[in-house]
Design a protein around this ligand. Structure first.
Ligand SMILES: *[C@@H]1O[C@H](CO)[C@@H](O)[C@H](O)[C@H]1NC(C)=O
Ligand SMILES: *[C@@H]1O[C@H](CO)[C@@H](O)[C@H](O)[C@H]1NC(C)=O
Ligand SMILES: *[C@@H]1O[C@H](CO)[C@@H](O)[C@H](O)[C@H]1NC(C)=O
Ligand SMILES: *[C@@H]1O[C@H](CO)[C@@H](O)[C@H](O)[C@H]1NC(C)=O
Length: 481
């Protein structure tokens, strides 16, 4: 009897082993390099961030100061960084980048290395510190801070003398990145003075110092190393936009590279996504005569930046009082509420999703249902490696689908893959495109479309495509006719 018992146990264990083996979970596919860093991936998910151009130009009604401004003109009568942060929060912004020093050389913090700063201004009797005000206000609301420190300095006499100026610039970087807590982005502008053609910036020293002082920071410049310029100041990325590019082909301040920066490179060896900088007003600094852009213009910028795999860096300049003007605050709120209205409802959410194939079979983690869940990064549909025609199809259960925006997102944590895609509604081609990346938005040329079946075909990709999210939306502000 004991012997039989033993045999039964053995049989049971053998069966259990076979069963477990059969049910072993299919792992995710290998990544397609290059990949984003931890900080680049966090950056990408912010979608909308804010620039604040503020300084002596705000008071002299100019865009590029000469460097000869008297610091006494910097006199905001009621500066309140809480109001700036409030405007940002209402606009859905999670990172605010301040011009700590613009080309005019005036410093918004009391730098030890120059007196051309808030120290010499009547504001707070020379004891003010705008960087500190922003950092404190932002911290209270859980908003992150970034800083812009212009390499071009039209005031400082050391500018043009390489060693002296680079020492000065590095000293200021150390002040800003040591004294004000976490800084999530640093912005290096490529502009240079024509009066000092031989001035060279010691970028590799600067970048190394930045990374030493702030481990989760992203460095922005024409050429990265973490975030690249998109090549224009309109806020428009290329309709093809790769987060990948060859860094070795880039140089800072090189006008002939704007096309390459705008589209990136499918064969690029570096992950270096683009940031689209644009101002809510015609100028970067506040001017009494200027007004914020219309909501429809801001939405067009949104579709051409966030909707093309980029981040939108929207400049909202504080005025002479030291506050963000009411018109801009209102426009930001409208912008946020329009985006919420368009994208908070996914009209496809009750659809039936079918796919060309599924990695690991029907019980794997890579099924079609993953494109309708709320995780836009780490859960995704993956096709089988054995197939070459990849598609995903949404079918209405009952009511007709009625939409004018189609959203597609890739699981970029495993690399940017899709090269070309086409979208059909009830068999008719309604949109086609190239790259997708973190987010691709198709705002349909013909306006609202009705149908039962929406099919997305991936025509070409680097490895198998991995789609993390798909959405159909209605944009009431879009009227192409
Ligand atoms: C810049 O460098 C070139 C070549 O070294 C030299 O001839 C020229 O005088 C320099 N210009 C200035 C403004 O220093
Ligand atoms: C600017 O970029 C072009 C195109 O890549 C390159 O040929 C040229 O050498 C670059 N110029 C400088 C000054 O780096
Ligand atoms: C970028 O680098 C890759 C790998 O070296 C190369 O195949 C590709 O042609 C480069 N792109 C350009 C535009 O030179
Ligand atoms: C700046 O904006 C505030 C409103 O946010 C407004 O009260 C103030 O008058 C504005 N200042 C100027 C100079 O327009």
């Amino acid at each position: 009897m004991a012997r039989l018992n033993h045999l039964v146990t053995l049989l049971f264990l053998t069966l259990k082993f076979a069963f477990l083996n059969a049910k072993s979970v299919t792992p995710p596919p290998l990544p397609v390099l290059p990949l984003p860093s931890y900080s680049q991936l966090k950056w990408q998910q912010r979608e909308l961030i804010m620039f604040l151009h503020f300084g002596v130009n705000t008071f002299s009604d100019s865009e590029w100061g000469t460097g000869r401004e008297n610091p006494s003109i910097f006199y905001p009568t009621a500066l309140d960084a809480n109001q700036w942060v409030d405007a940002a929060v209402h606009g859905g912004v999670s990172l605010m980048i301040l011009t700590a020093k613009h080309h005019d050389g005036f410093c918004l913090w009391p730098s030890k290395y120059t007196d051309h700063s808030v120290i010499q201004s009547p504001w707070k009797n020379g004891r003010g510190d705008v960087v500190n005000e922003l950092v404190n206000a932002a911290k209270q609301r859980g908003v992150d801070v970034g800083l812009y420190l212009s390499p071009w300095d039209r005031h400082d006499r050391r500018y043009g003398r390489n060693l002296q100026y680079n020492e000065y610039y590095l000293a200021q970087l150390q002040e800003l990145l040591n004294k004000y807590g976490d800084v999530k982005e640093i912005w290096f502008d490529g502009a240079k003075g024509k009066n000092a053609p031989n001035m060279s910036y010691y970028f590799s020293d600067w970048f190394s110092m930045v990374k030493e002082l702030q481990s989760t920071i992203n460095i922005f410049s024409d050429a990265g190393p973490d975030v690249r310029w998109v090549g224009n100041e309109k806020g428009f990325a290329g309709s093809t936009c790769w987060s990948t590019i060859n860094r070795t082909s880039l140089s800072i301040g090189n006008e002939s590279l704007v096309g390459y920066l705008n589209t990136g490179d499918p064969r690029g060896t570096d992950w270096l996504p683009a940031e689209c900088d644009v101002s809510i007003r015609p100028g970067w600094f506040w001017h009494k005569s200027e007004k914020p852009k219309k909501l429809t213009q801001l939405l067009e910028i949104y579709y051409n930046s966030v909707g093309r795999n980029c981040l939108l860096l929207l400049n909202v300049p504080p005025n002479k009082t030291g506050l963000i003007s009411d018109a801009d605050v209102q426009r930001l709120k409208e912008f946020k509420s329009a985006i919420d209205r368009i994208f908070s409802t996914n009209l496809a959410k009750n659809s039936l999703v079918k796919v060309s194939s599924q990695r690991g079979g029907p019980d794997s983690d890579f099924g079609p249902e993953q494109v309708l869940d709320s995780d836009h990064l780490w859960t995704y549909w993956a096709p089988s490696e054995d197939h070459s025609h990849h598609w995903i199809e949404l079918t209405a259960k009952g009511k007709l689908l009625k939409f004018n925006v189609i959203r597609i997102q890739e699981a970029i944590g495993l690399g940017q893959r899709i090269r070309t895609h086409k979208i059909y509604v009830d068999g008719k081609l309604v949109a086609k495109g190239t790259t997708v990346g973190y987010k691709k938005l198709h705002r349909l040329e013909k306006g609202v479309i009705e149908g039962y079946r929406v099919k997305i075909r991936i025509m070409k990709s680097r490895g198998i495509p991995l789609i993390s999210s798909v959405g159909l939306h209605f944009d009431p502000f879009w009227n192409p006719n």
